[in-house]
Design a protein around this ligand. Structure first.
Ligand code: ATP
Length: 363
């Protein structure tokens, strides 16, 4: 358990909507091409007139994203437009002065770009794992976005992050969803969407375009994120693969993209399966089915887990398969067991009941 104490959030405000003094985009430079790539991934017309919270670590990727969104908005939309951009930074406090330096850097950048800055400090244990840090960050960004009525939280994940994630999932064990990589958009609640508009842009390009406009960023002195397996993938495995297969990264990105397309077909079949097999919502009971392919039933089960907010981290393909077998089994098979995360499964005569009572009771 890590020990975290939140300090009072410091909020620095500026007049909204933003009014930038940056030069107009010319189509012949690399920075302009970068902005165009972002606007192709996430059209300004979709976000320019609503609130966007940009999660900014001070690293190259999120600095480039913040600056590009500010420029796109100011050059592509009329002044009267009511949207706004806010830069948000969570100081995890695990790298001492360097963490404070990152926070100060993002505050200055927000100031230069003329956008609001939201921040919070966390007094963290340096041994806190990367997953927990990510969860704290997401909860901070989500809370801030909800508080100020933003419609989007934007993050600076790149094509490299996507490939590293796919490989990490593959080695750890995953199903089709894990091989589809990082989702470009994901719902964070009723009126809030998480978006990642830089998934087709590489880390190398981001640094080149920032250099081309003289935009500084903060470099993590350790050049490592906290997960040693991801560092190994980033610093050792991928360079080795590239030395034998120069186009491997593009090939992996294409494979993940097509996996994502297949995934969306399966998701709509899974939606349809749920409509036909949901017997009751409370308790959640699913009818027996011996004829539908496992990939569709498992996708439907994963959707249910996500919607219900049930823990999924410890659920492996073996667990999903076990659930599928129960749904697929003959109607006289009566059985009871528990999934990791605390969901009880009861195989009754007409179907399978999923019960979260034990989960709600656990501290
Ligand atoms: N401390 C933070 N506060 C707010 N947002 C953050 C913070 N750290 C990361 N993010 C957001 O999450 C995204 C992914 O995080 P990740 O740890 O992969 O990024 P990073 O390598 O630290 O920084 P960057 O992506 O900015 O170069 C970042 O691009 C950024 O949008």
């Amino acid at each position: 358990m890590c020990n975290l104490v939140h300090s009072t959030a410091r909020v620095f405000t500026h007049a909204l909507p933003i009014d930038l003094m940056t030069p107009p985009l010319s189509e012949d430079d690399s920075w302009a091409a970068f902005c165009v790539a972002i606007s192709r991934a996430w059209a300004v017309s979709r976000w320019g007139s609503v609130g966007v919270v940009v999660g900014c670590s001070g690293g190259a990727d999120s600095v480039a994203l913040l600056r590009a969104l500010c420029e796109l908005r100011s050059h592509r939309l009329p002044d009267a437009c009511q949207g706004f951009i806010v830069a948000a930074h969570l100081n995890h406090g695990i790298r001492g002065d360097e963490s404070d330096g990152d926070q100060a850097f993002v505050r200055e950048l927000a100031d230069e770009l003329g956008v609001d800055f939201l921040t919070d400090n966390v007094v963290g244990d340096p041994s806190t794992d990367e997953d927990s840090l990510r969860r704290f960050r997401m909860s901070f960004l989500r809370q801030q976005a909800e508080r100020i009525g933003a419609r989007y939280v934007a993050l600076g994940h790149t094509a490299d992050d996507n490939i590293e994630t796919v490989l990490h999932h593959l080695f750890r064990g995953t199903g089709p969803a894990g091989l589809a990589g990082i989702a470009p958009h994901r719902s964070l609640g009723q009126d809030l969407v998480l978006t990642r508009p830089m998934l087709s842009i590489t880390r190398r390009v981001v640094r080149e375009v920032l250099d081309s406009v003289g935009q500084r960023w903060r470099e993590d002195s350790s050049n490592q994120n906290g997960d040693y397996r991801r560092n190994w993938i980033r610093h050792e495995l991928i360079p080795l693969v590239r030395s034998k297969y120069p186009d491997a990264e593009n090939a992996m990105a294409r494979a993940a993209r097509s996996q994502r397309e297949w995934r969306s077909v399966i998701d709509s079949l899974a939606d349809d399966w749920r409509d036909r097999h949901l017997i009751s919502a409370d308790p959640l009971e699913l009818g027996r089915d011996a004829s539908t392919d496992s990939c569709i039933v498992i996708a439907a089960l994963q959707q249910i887990w996500t919607e219900q907010g049930w823990p999924q981290r410890a659920m492996t393909m073996r667990h999903w398969q076990q659930l599928y077998n129960s749904i697929n089994a003959a109607s006289d098979t009566v059985d009871r067991y528990q999934m990791p995360g605390g969901i009880d499964v009861c195989c009754a005569e007409r179907g399978v009941v999923l019960d979260a009572t034990s989960l709600r009771r656990s501290p």
